[in-house]
Design a protein around this ligand. Structure first.
Ligand code: ADP
Ligand code: MG
Length: 706
């Protein structure tokens, strides 16, 4: 209530407006100051209508003189408005969303309009311009409803605020907000309490907070505005990075992990038994990991490597090292299919070396499971591979030293932590096949050390990716047939999303039946989907792996990790329905051996972002590039996992991709501070400590999880 009353003490804010503002999350003057303008119009970029030339892209400011709808037939209507600024007039035309624009642009409106100038006859024109309401110029309006129009002639940079529908209804337009904020500045000047130390402000050349607030809302120049934005972004990034920095410092100081003192017989024989030479990238990463394991502090490392780059091999090496040091390893994968695959290959390579490997997955019979659990508890089983079944209560280890999580983005923080909690402080290796740009990694995984496998094993042939419209699918089947004839195998994948799971599943199963009965009737087809029992799934995978099935038809259960190098054709049906990361993962199921592979993106007519996604797939094989494009389409936060996205969406102004240099400098400062004072106990850090606690007040889960 106190907060509400403090807003109502502002000029222009009565109880009604205060309620509307509160609904929009603005309950205190501080909230108001943090309600930064969405964008600004710099007077210097505004042109007089009288001096416009055809072909220019410009911003003009004027008053709507006339507005009219033309035509009556839907689809052929247009909406025209005439905008004038005293030096001339220009016609604005809309062909789409005509009714909406007709209701939002009316004579008397002052608009800032941005678009490309055209000439029609002798009339200047703009089609579908962007525009911004600046208020109304009508003399009948009440005082508060006045326009910004005059401001443009006073040489100011005009801040424009986002206003919700409710705000607009309550008469709170950009202009009114500005007036209210100006009043609030008078009464409660913001930024008097700094949130960065004088030392940091000096060292990183930042604007003082009070000045930054003022420039954000009332910029004195474009340069100052930029400095203010930098200051605000830097602070956001600093506090998000400080979380990571403090966690990191804490780990460094307080926890000891079993250190791996030697690489012995198991590792040596494992290496000698490899059917291929490790890539330099794999060797490098293994060295980085080994260096971590030798220390007595727990490793906390993220291994990124594109699909098919050979991450499993790195995991196996680490587990061999653990075995040499008398320690157990736990290797967790997100799907049963993948866990079984890892289990089989680990058993194949480690069992002959006297290492007992066990599988822990949901499907196991009690007796089998009990034997495994006993082996893990008494230490006779050295390597456990499994799904999230491994994090259940009954599972305990006698001397767990290494935790590896494959496709870590498929697990939640709590699941990862549950596995780590099976030992006091094990070494942890997270693996991901969705490599993301470095600054995004920092934003989402800032407390982890990062290793990158940046090269593919030798002899890989680039995958050919092709968009195929639904109705020319037949040529895909022809190629698929030829590949099968020469001994290769293929996948056909159908989309399955949670919301329409049943329908999707039925569609996939029906398509399978139809293919089996007609087009691909002479090939050996197999079906795999999430509703099958574990035994059925495993049997399908076994037969595919053994070459007894030519074409595996399924849903996205085979999206991650599946490794059958003889498969060379990936057909993705309704590719327009898949996300970019998913498409890239699915494509990565082929191109894993020496044979040339193809990926066909079969698509129905699409809309929205689908075209961008499909073309991105066509344009590059590179997972890093794909995730950059994905971030550009969906926003950085969405590319990270759920809880990492929380970190990023805590950023209001900063963008971890666009503001990479700021991120670097804020990160440097945060880590320097944490190294110096991990508890933030120093008197000069009290202010940072209280800001930090406030910042993470609502994000306590993030702050607590180590
Ligand atoms: P991912 O990184 O996607 O998990 P995998 O570890 O499954 O990839 O490896 C993909 C394939 O490449 C596997 O068949 C694996 O045996 C093979 N592989 C891994 N390392 C090498 C290498 N150095 N040379 C040749 N093939 C390799
Ligand atoms: Mg893998």
């Amino acid at each position: 209530m106190a907060a509400l009353s403090s807003l109502t003490t502002l000029k222009g804010v009565g109880p009604k407006r205060a309620a509307i503002l509160e609904q929009a999350g603005i309950a205190t003057p501080e909230n108001l100051f943090d309600y930064f303008p969405r964008r600004y119009i710099d007077r210097r970029t505004i042109r007089s209508i009288g001096e416009l030339r055809a072909g220019e892209a410009v911003t003009v400011v004027g008053t709507v003189l006339q507005a009219r709808l033309e035509g009556t037939q839907p689809g052929r209507m247009r909406f025209k408005a005439v905008l004038a600024d005293g030096t001339g007039s220009i016609e604005l035309t809309w062909f789409k969303g005509v009714r909406y624009f007709a209701s939002s642009v009316v004579p008397g409106d002052a608009l800032a309009v941005n678009g490309k100038v055209g000439v029609f006859g002798r009339q200047m024109q703009m089609q579908h311009p962007d525009f911004e309401h600046l208020g109304r110029t009508s003399v009948h309006e009440n005082q508060e409803g006045g326009s910004d129009y005059e401001l443009f002639h006073t040489g100011r940079i005009i801040p424009l605020y986002t206003t919700s529908a409710a705000m607009k209804q309550g008469g709170l337009h950009s202009r009114q907000l500005r007036t209210i904020i100006a009043g609030a500045f008078e009464r409660f000047p913001p930024g008097r309490e700094e949130n960065l130390t004088p030392g940091i402000i000096r060292e990183y050349g930042l604007l003082p907070l009070a000045e930054a607030y003022r420039e954000m809302h009332f910029p004195s120049s474009p340069e100052k505005l930029e400095e203010a934005r930098t200051r605000m972004k830097w602070t956001e990034l600093f506090y998000t990075q400080l979380l990571f920095a403090l966690k990191h410092a804490h780990l460094e100081r307080n926890r000891t992990a079993p250190s791996f003192t030697h690489s012995g017989e198991v590792t040596r024989r494992f290496y000698a038994g490899l059917p291929f030479e490790l890539t330099d990238a794999q060797k490098q990463v293994i060295r980085e990991i080994y260096r971590d394991l030798k220390r007595s502090r727990p490793m906390n490392r993220l291994l990124q490597g594109d699909v098919g780059s050979g991450k499993t091999m790195v995991a196996m090496f680490s587990m061999a090292l653990a075995a040499d040091n008398g320690l157990q390893s736990a290797f967790m994968a997100p799907t049963e299919i993948l866990a079984v695959q890892h289990f089989l290959s680990l058993k194949r390579s480690l069992h002959p070396l006297g290492i007992d490997v066990a599988l822990l997955a949901g499907r196991q019979r009690k007796k089998e499971r009990d034997v495994t659990l006993a082996g893990l508890a008494d230490g006779s089983v050295t390597v456990a591979v499994g799904t999230h079944a491994m994090i259940e209560k009954g599972v305990s280890f006698s001397r767990l030293g290494l935790v590896i999580i494959d496709e870590q983005h498929r697990f939640g923080v709590l699941q990862r932590k549950a596995l780590q909690d099976k030992a006091a402080s094990p070494h942890v290796l997270l693996m991901t096949a969705t490599p993301i740009p470095r600054t995004l990694t920092m934003a989402g995984f800032g407390d982890l050390d990062v290793s990158i496998i940046d090269a593919m094993p030798a002899g890989r042939v680039p995958i050919r990716t092709q968009l195929v419209p639904e109705n020319s699918k037949n040529r895909v089947y022809e190629l698929l047939r030829r590949e099968v004839a020469s001994g290769r195998q293929a996948y056909i994948v159908y989309p399955l999303v949670e919301e329409s799971e049943k329908i999707d599943l039925r569609a996939a199963v029906e398509s399978y039946a139809e293919l089996a009965a007609t087009t691909l009737g002479d090939l050996r087809l197999g079906l795999i989907h999430g509703q099958m029992t574990p035994e059925e799934k495993e049997s399908a995978m076994d037969r595919f792996r053994a070459g007894e099935i030519d074409v595996l038809v399924g849903t996205t259960v085979i999206e991650v990790g599946v490794d059958v190098p003889n498969a060379t054709v990936m057909v993705i049906e309704h590719a327009e329905r898949f996300g970019l990361a998913q498409l890239h993962q699915l494509r990565g199921r082929v191109g894993r051996g020496r044979h040339a592979s193809s990926c066909f993106l079969v698509h129905a007519p699409f809309s929205g972002d689908a075209g961008e996604r499909l073309r991105a797939m066509e344009s590059t094989p590179d997972g890093f590039r794909i995730s950059e494009i994905d971030a550009a389409i969906r926003g950085a936060g969405n590319v990270l996992g759920r809880e990492q996205a929380g970190m990023v969406s805590g950023l209001k102004l900063a963008d971890p991709l666009l503001d990479a240099p700021l991120m670097q400098s804020a990160r440097k400062a945060a880590f320097a501070l944490a190294a110096e004072d991990a508890e933030l106990r120093g008197r000069e850090h009290a202010m940072i400590r209280s800001c930090y606690l406030r910042y993470y007040h609502d994000r306590s889960t993030l702050a607590d999880i180590g």
